[in-house]
Design a protein around this ligand. Structure first.
Ligand code: HEM
Ligand code: HEM
Length: 239
């Protein structure tokens, strides 16, 4: 494998090693938090806080792997010297990347509702802005097209939005029953999208060839699911 292949592996590897184990812990603590509140089950009083703390790390990990995937896809589409749009575009995209990271770090710190909402939206806008670049593969941008609903990209963007929303309204979930209900509904949807990402991600991994295989594999017609006949192998040398 070349360096580029290792870079492409970074996102799926972090999803498997970091995000999904964290999701398991967050889901278990969510269940215990709810049981403790509704049935007075004998869980330690810290389960709610642990759920929210790990939930915040889960949201951060999701944003991080999305930004990594987008940055890697954009930076490796062409050699950097032939970067489409040249230095000005590269600088602008770097600014959006750094801006998204700063917005996420600030979201962790700010307390006022307006600031929390603004920095969550800024961070989400950054992931969308980078994802809408032509280098990033998206199956379809039309929600009326069934293929749109199988898109790993749009699933990732939806999930990022839901995770950032949970972080932004963390104090409200603590305080108000209505927000708690909204949080549960939003995150039942998030759990389903996590499941879908676990399917569409490995599917994409199967479809993407290693860098040295690209010239041959991309000659295939993905719609018709057919590849050109292989060139005849050279005749064995006669002794
Ligand atoms: C897939 C992800 C998630 C699921 C399924 C989930 C689900 C839940 C559930 C079922 C509860 C208990 C509600 C009740 O008592 O009726 C809860 C509470 C809570 N969740 Fe989440 N959640 C998720 C992610 C997050 C994230 C990312 C955050 C962000 C910080 C978060 C923050 C909270 C907070 C603050 C509470 C209240 C805890 C308490 O009562 O002390 N959750 N969640
Ligand atoms: C929390 C779960 C995940 C989220 C939110 C997520 C999100 C994303 C996003 C937004 C992209 C960029 C758009 C694109 O190139 O399609 C992407 C790319 C990709 N994802 Fe995921 N993904 C997740 C899990 C996975 C898993 C589990 C795998 C495979 C095991 C995977 C494999 C890939 C591959 C192969 C790409 C192409 C680009 C690259 O590797 O950098 N993803 N993902």
């Amino acid at each position: 494998m070349t360096t580029v292949d290792w870079l492409w592996l970074l996102h799926p590897a972090l999803a498997v090693v970091l995000v999904y184990p964290l999701l398991g812990m967050v889901l278990r603590l969510a269940r215990q938090t709810r049981d403790r509140r509704l049935t007075q089950a004998k869980h330690p009083p810290s389960v709610g806080r642990d759920h929210a703390d790990l939930g915040q790390w889960l949201a951060t990990a999701v944003v991080a792997i999305v930004l990594i995937a987008e940055a890697v896809v954009i930076a490796t589409e062409h050699p950097l010297a032939a970067f489409e749009g040249g230095l000005p575009r590269l600088g602008m995209l770097l600014l959006v990347l750094v801006g998204s990271v700063v917005a996420l770090a600030t979201l962790w710190r700010v307390k006022r509702p307006l600031y929390r909402a603004s920095f969550a939206l800024l961070c989400w806008a950054g992931t969308i802005g980078l994802g809408l670049q032509p280098e990033v593969f998206r199956r379809s941008d039309n929600p009326l097209d069934p293929v749109f609903w199988q898109s790993h990209f749009w699933g990732g963007i939806g999930l990022t939005g839901l995770m950032l929303f949970s972080v932004a309204c963390r104090p409200e979930i603590h305080r108000h029953l209505r927000w708690r209900r909204l949080h549960i509904s939003a995150n039942v949807l998030a759990a389903l999208i996590f499941l879908a990402q676990g399917l569409t991600g490995p599917r994409d991994l199967l479809e993407i060839p290693l860098s040295w295989q690209k010239a041959t594999v991309y000659a295939c017609d993905y719609k018709a699911m057919r590849c050109p006949a292989p060139a005849p192998s050279p005749a064995p040398a006669t002794p």
